[in-house]
Design a binder for this molecule. Sequence first.
Ligand code: KG4
Ligand code: ZN
Length: 337
Amino acid sequence: MSEPLVLGIETSCDETGVGIVQGHTLLADTVASSVDLHARFGGVVPEVASRAHLEAMTPTIDRALKTAGVTLDDLDAIAVTAGPGLAGTLMVGVAAAKAYALALGKPLYGVNHLAAHVAVDQLEHGPLPKPCVSLLVSGGHSSLLLVPDVATDVRSLGSTVDDAAGEAFDKVARVLDLGFPGGPIIDRTARTGDPASIFFPRGKLDDGTYDFSFSGLKSAVARWVEARERAGEPVPIADVAASFQEAVVDVLTRKAVAVCKAHDVDHLQIGGGVAANSRLREMAKQRCDKAGIRLRVPRPGLCTDNGAMVAALGAELVASGVEESRLDIPADSSLPV
Ligand code: KG4
Ligand code: ZN
């Protein structure tokens, strides 16, 4: 049998993503984002995002099919993010996937968003080593996963106890009046700053867990900036951005390498929107090289939310003989891995 041809639908946040893959080969990755609609609110508004998904769904699917040069009839399966994510936005994707699966008589696979962020790596770097460790850092999640098998066995070893890493970037960007989403802007701004100029706290760095905490860091940045403003002194934006970014990246990379060492795993994969961060990529490379760990980070377009990641995991499930989902699967906003 040829490798499974799978269409994946992603609507867990503000990106309507539709991807088509054949095995590990990417045929189409079409994303319609509603990020601009949320910019003036400084964060994603679930109701606005849900409506945008509804409007974008059919045209985005049509565009993906056209790009891949396949028809709906050619597909072997439909995969969709069943969770975790925003309840209302997930529901739009799950309803659409069910409708297509039912109408076409094709199997439906409800997939986990976090596992999909890991699976997408295979489209760029080939089969994932078994096991590998994954650091998932986005606007909604900051998790360390042990991945013996991306289709059947993904274990969460730790996650954030408060804000996600991307959320911290977005909130600090707001404190500095830089715009939304804050991650890419802080990344750019930090390039001209000195990361050692201000020492910001590294939450949970030495607590012996694989959990993260970023809300204390965000508050520390806000307090530092307020103190400067009260004193009538200028705020060195680039230095604050670089020092904040350094604190986030320091904790993320230290803990990721510690998980690899503790579990004797020599491959680290990084995914999620924050994986696009240039300093994170640089420090992860340095620390992995030093520890003899191979690093895999997909290109930025595959790190942020997209449909290809859902299709990639769907294809993996089909190939692994995992049972298809029932047509009444719910959208589950807190779906565990
Ligand atoms: O994976 P993603 O597209 O959506 C979620 O599932 O959240 O991640 C979006 C997050 C946002 O918080 C954004 O600020 C952050 O990823 N981000 C970055 C960078 N690019 C995107 N954070 C730091 N540096 C970047 N270059
Ligand atoms: Zn995500």
